[in-house]
Design a protein around this ligand. Sequence first.
Ligand code: HEM
Ligand code: HEM
Length: 169
Amino acid sequence: MGARRVRSYSLLAKSMHWVFIGVFAYAVINQVDEVEELEHFTRLMKEVLFAIIFLSLLLFRFIYMRSARAAMPQLDMPKSLILLARTVHLGMYVSLALIAITGLIIGGLYYFGVKDGLVLEGILLSHEIFFWTSVNLMGLHIAGAIYHRLQGDGVWSAMVPILKEEPDK
Ligand code: HEM
Ligand code: HEM
């Protein structure tokens, strides 16, 4: 087996990765249970403000991580697996952004008086579909991370603070 490379993301990259999971969990725990809750102006504004902050954090993270990843040593991995990992990462960004964007559209429709009907139903359905797509992609991503930990190729330790593999002496 070749020498194990020491890889590590910056503290900012790691913090964003783990804090963002908390932000997403907060959004899911505090989600709107019934569309009628948006009748309350403060609830509607709170959701809209949260969605804007969520989107800004996601965009900042996306831009920052592009340069952080470019600075990492190349991985000795089949091209197909690299492509799969990148697709899942990009898929998570896109589906997470689309949850917030459809949420903002729901908020806008509700604010301007579209409180039922096919258009609102359609956007609500897409909001839920993007949520479940992101959850499934996260499942695939975690499976990928565990695969890397079993391979001991340094990808896990570059991002995860526990169960790190020992670097080769
Ligand atoms: C980042 C932002 C957001 C996240 C992560 C999020 C997450 C969720 C989740 C997990 C659900 C439940 C899906 C399901 O049960 O399958 C949901 C439903 C919903 N969300 Fe969001 N949401 C966000 C933003 C918004 C915004 C900005 C609005 C509107 C102002 C909104 C309005 C709703 C409504 C009306 C429902 C459906 C409630 C029902 O089933 O009647 N969401 N959201
Ligand atoms: C559940 C929510 C999660 C999301 C949304 C998420 C998202 C991401 C994304 C988009 C990346 C690519 C780098 C970036 O742009 O930040 C990444 C990297 C990574 N994540 Fe996660 N992640 C999650 C959970 C986890 C968990 C639970 C683990 C470990 C058990 C994990 C392990 C890793 C590792 C090892 C990398 C580095 C991969 C590389 O170097 O290419 N992630 N994560």
